[in-house]
Each structure stands twice: as C-alpha cells, then as structure tokens.
Design a protein around this ligand. Structure first.
Ligand code: FAD
Length: 529
C-alpha cells in the first residue's frame, strides 16, 4: 500500500501517524508546499507577542525526525499541482529545484487546509499588509515590527485569529485597532455575550471599530497607511494584519473533478472519502455535517482536522470508523478572559427558524470565599419542547473552558437541561461550587420549562409594546450607580413583600437585578402572591 498525503500539518500529519501505527509496511509519502511540516499554527500569534519565546517550540517535527520516528518520506517545498484520478498519480512541483514529477499512489489523502481570504479592496496587496497562517508569515510580521519599529497596528477581522493577533500586538507594546464588519467581535457567540468581550478588549486599550467595512488601504510614501472604512472616520496605521476568514484550498480537488459543496468544501462521506473512491479529504478543506442540526458546515478548527485525519487512516487501513460531524466547539483567549462556545447560538437558531430558548447565568467560577473567584457568564441554548441542549457559550477569567467541554459532551450525548440538574461534577472550593455553573444553568432552564418562572431576553423585551409592561429594578439603591434602565420602578428585593401594592395589576411586571438571581426570587414572590 502506498499512501500519499497532500499537506503535512494538522490533518495530514495526524493521518500519516495513525497510518503508520496501523501498518508498518505501508509506504507513506507526504508533500508539503511550505518549508515546514507539522508546525503549531495555533501558536503563531503567541510567538509574535513573545509569550512563546522560542520559535523552535512551534516546529514540532522536521522531515528527518518524521523519517526517524515514523519512516515517512516527507518532502517540504513540494507542491502537488494536479491529481490524475484515472492514472492514480499526482503531479508534484519541487519548488526548490523548479522541477515537476509524477508520483503514484494507491490511496490519496488531501489535507491542504484553507487559504486566508483577502478582501478585494485597493491597497490590500501593500508591503505592510500581512496574513497569519504560516511560519514565514509570522516571521514577516515579527521582522516588520523589529526592523520598522511601528507604533500602530490595525487588525482587519475580529474573529479568533484577529483577536489573538490584536492581543499579541498589544503585548508588543503597539497601539492596536480592530476593524470588524459585524456589529460584534467573535461571531461564533451571540451579541449579548460578545458585549462582555467588547468591554474587556476596550479595557485593554484596543480600539474597536465595529459594524464598519474596510473600503481601501491608502499607502503613502512615508510608510503610513490610511485605513478607509465605511461608516466611520478613516484613520492612519503603520501596518495591517488581515484576518477576515479563510476559504477551503480546493483547487486541486476541483480540477480533478471531485464533488465540491456550495461553499467550496470538498464533499466527503462519513469515512472522509471523497466522490472518488481512492481519495480521502480531511481538515479545513472539507464540508461536513453538524450533528446538532444536520446542516452542512465548514468549520476550520484543529480538533476536527486532527480527528478526521486519524479516522481517514483508520478507514484506509481496514478499520471502519464513521465521522460524527463537527459542532464547532472552540475557545479563544481574549486578554485575561476566555470565550468558549459549542453547538448552536441564539442567532443561528433565529437564522434557521429553529425553536429555541436560552438561559444565561452568571455564577462565580468557584466558591466566592476562596481567593481568585471570578464571575463567569454561561449561556445555554435549548429546545423549548424537549429541553434538549443545542448549544452553549461561556466567557470568564476562569473556568469557561471546562464548562463548555462538559456541555459539548452533554450535547453529544443528546442530553437535556433536566439532565444538567443531575450531573455530578467535581467540587472543592478552589475549583468549583457544590452547585456547579453547569448545574445552575440546568436548574434555571429546567425551572423555566416547568413553569416555575419565566424569563425574557433583551431581544424579546425590545419586541414588546412599551405600555404593556412595567420594569422593576430590585437591586439595592447603591447598585444603581452601575446603570439603570430609564423609567423603571425601584423596589429592593428585601422590601418587595411589604410594597406589593405599588405594583400595577393590569400590566406585566418584568423584573431585573444584577445577574438574574434576585430577579428569580422576586418573581417567585410575585407569582405566588
Ligand atoms: P493545515 O494545518 O493548514 O495544513 C495544510 C497544509 O497543506 C499547509 O501547510 C499547506 O502549505 C499545505 N498545502 C496546501 N496545498 C498544498 C499542495 N497543493 N501541495 C502541498 N501542500 C499543500 N484551531 C483551533 O482549533 N484552535 C486554535 O487555537 C487555532 N488557532 C489558530 C491560529 C492560527 C494563527 C491559525 C492560522 C489557525 C488556527 N487554528 C486553530 C485553525 C487550525 O490551525 C486549522 O483548523 C488546522 O490547522 C487545519 O488543519 P488542515 O490539515 O486542514 O490544514
């Protein structure tokens, strides 16, 4: 068996390693068009920021170390330019010698990843405009900072890579601006959750330009660039990092006549086989299904790429394993906070016209009396008819990761909010609470579905007729300095039982407090009265 792999990083390297563990005699050949294999692309922003000090830490293997350990034939700076499906060969260009040759294969795995998308605006090809996908691109950004000593950087795009780049450029002491077309950063979470991030990012002195579209980059002779945007004043910067998303690197597959999905991802079955029987594809280049909704999705993340690579090798070497889909479980560091998400968001449910309810709780990350406890925001999205979990998002300084991992597991197991009430999770004061935030989210959501309380979101409040309700603020008077909603009635929770007559009987009473807990207690008092 001769296995040829195109792309030697996340999916490709993972497929190759699994293949070798399953078959010691197979010939395994990897072609990688870049100068490095098996490098840690997820670590690139952190070397720019100096958090990962040693560049060598990002280079997990060399062709020689892969030969020694796994007996792979790794060819870097070799680009596969064509697949000859009928002849079972690939055409390879040796970029070092500028020569082309044919290589045969029995099975082929494509893991060419995705390319950074560059918006079609004038000036996007300037010398001070960078993308951040590869080690050489990271080196170029570092070089520019070291040689040109810029003062101001602009990141276009407020997604995972954009925010990681912004944070790390800030770490380098630069002034940083982020331009994002959407009204929020981190579009994989809902806007109410992203609002927490906006405040935190601004606190770290990064200028956010939200809801504005890049129109042009006007470079001048003095090395500065004017960033021209729609819907906000232009501003000057010294260099630009483009992080507006990626597109599947599908040209090889397209030219070979493999089936491609509507958004450019290679179509694969659940064994990662393409429309051609001896060709498999994995990673950022493929279209897969979302196990929660059944929607076809392209989700460029390292965990799916690695697991798909392993699974493709399993299937090639006779172990039938089926891919279960990608629901987009992800996490990103945003200065001192983490934002994590899995499954469906509120806005995705609205877009797909899927029935949903949400519940957001804001407990402490661990018991408040043990030092270091921080407020955690945890939002769950679920089916109002059955309570089945559809998605979850969490933001906080501590503990967002483990809650989302628990909830990703719960969603995979098709659990409901009622199941969350019963989860037995680890607890000691430094780590959690006897009622973990995941339990609390379950209690609050299950209480709502049982009719113990009702909850509405800000979005739902905006849709109500203004004269149909009265807002009741049940916080303590001194808390109101943090902000009030205009025209609200103010009765602190501890006075509520004695001041019931002040509430109108002909209107709906909508209670708010700081984080929802006292609102719930207030609602229980009122509904029982
Ligand atoms: P890649 O790992 O990109 O590998 C594809 C390789 O194929 C490339 O090296 C390319 O040069 C090569 N190639 C392409 N075409 C050819 C050809 N014709 N011939 C030969 N070689 C070819 N994901 C997370 O889950 N968490 C993170 O924290 C995270 N952080 C990231 C940070 C950055 C800066 C970047 C860029 C990505 C990050 N990702 C993260 C995404 C993750 O790295 C990708 O989802 C993952 O690497 C995809 O694996 P892949 O094998 O599909 O593609």
């Amino acid at each position: 068996m001769k296995l040829v792999i195109v792309g030697g990083v996340a999916g490709g390297a993972s497929a190759a390693a699994r293949a070798r563990r399953l078959n010691e005699d197979a010939e395994i050949v990897i072609f990688e068009k870049g100068p490095y294999v098996s490098f840690a692309n997820c670590g690139l922003p952190y070397h720019i920021g100096g958090v990962i000090k040693n560049r060598g830490e990002l280079l997990l293997h060399t062709p020689k170390s892969l030969k020694d350990r796994f007996n792979f034939d790794v060819h870097v700076k070799h680009e596969v330019t064509k697949i000859n499906v009928d002849g079972h060969t690939v055409t390879v260009r040796n970029l070092l010698k500028d020569e082309e040759f044919e290589e045969t294969y029995d099975k082929l795995i494509l893991s060419p990843g995705a390319r950074a998308f560059i918006p079609p605006v004038s000036g996007a090809d300037g010398d001070n405009v960078f993308t951040l996908k590869t080690i050489p691109e990271m080196d170029s950004i570092k070089d520019f900072i070291e040689k040109k000593t810029p003062k101001h950087a602009t990141v276009i795009g407020g997604g995972y890579i954009g925010i990681e780049a912004a944070e790390n450029l800030k770490e380098r002491g630069l002034e940083v601006a982020v331009v994002e077309m959407a009204p929020q950063v981190m579009t994989p979470v809902d806007e109410d959750m992203a609002a927490i991030l906006h405040e935190h990012i601004r606190l770290h002195d990064v200028k956010l330009h939200l809801g504005v579209k890049l129109k042009a980059l006007e470079h001048s002779a003095n090395g500065r660039t004017k960033v021209v945007v729609d819907g906000a004043p232009s501003f000057d910067t010294d260099f630009i990092v483009m992080a507006v998303g990626v597109r599947p690197e599908n040209s090889l597959a397209k030219n070979a006549g493999l089936e491609i999905g509507p958004r450019g991802g290679i179509v694969v079955d659940d064994t990662m086989k393409t429309s051609s029987p001896d060709i498999y594809a994995v990673g950022d280049v493929v279209q897969v299904s979302d196990p929660v909704t059944g929607n076809l999705v392209q989700i460029p993340l390292a965990s799916p790429a690695n697991r798909q690579g392993r699974l493709a090798a399993d299937n090639i070497f006779g172990r039938e394993v089926h891919y279960r889909g990608t629901m987009g479980t992800a996490i990103c560091k945003v200065f001192d906070m983490a934002v994590a998400t899995t499954g469906q968001t509120e806005k995705a449910c609205i877009r797909d016209k899927r029935p949903f309810k949400t519940m957001t709780v804001h407990p402490m990350s661990h018991t408040s009396y043990y030092p270091g406890a921080c407020r955690l925001s945890l939002k769950i999205v679920f089916d109002p008819r059955t309570g089945t979990l559809l998605g979850a998002q969490s933001i906080g300084v501590d503990g967002a990761d483990k809650r989302i991992d628990v909830l990703a597991t719960a969603i995979t197991a098709k659990m409901t909010v009622f199941d969350l009430e019963h989860l037995e999770l680890c607890y000691a004061p430094p780590y959690g609470a006897a009622k973990d935030p995941v339990n609390l989210a379950g209690f609050a959501a299950a209480n709502m579905l049982r009719g113990d309380h009702q909850a509405i979101t800000v979005r739902e409040l905006d849709e109500l007729k203004k004269d149909s309700y009265v807002l009741l603020d049940i916080r303590r008077p001194e808390e109101r300095a943090a902000g009030v909603i205009e025209g609200t009635l103010e009765i602190p929770l501890c006075q509520l039982r004695d001041r019931l007559e002040e509430l109108p009987k002909d209107k709906e009473v909508i209670i708010y407090c700081a984080i929802g807990h006292r609102g719930y207690i207030g609602q229980r008092i009122l509904s029982q009265k």
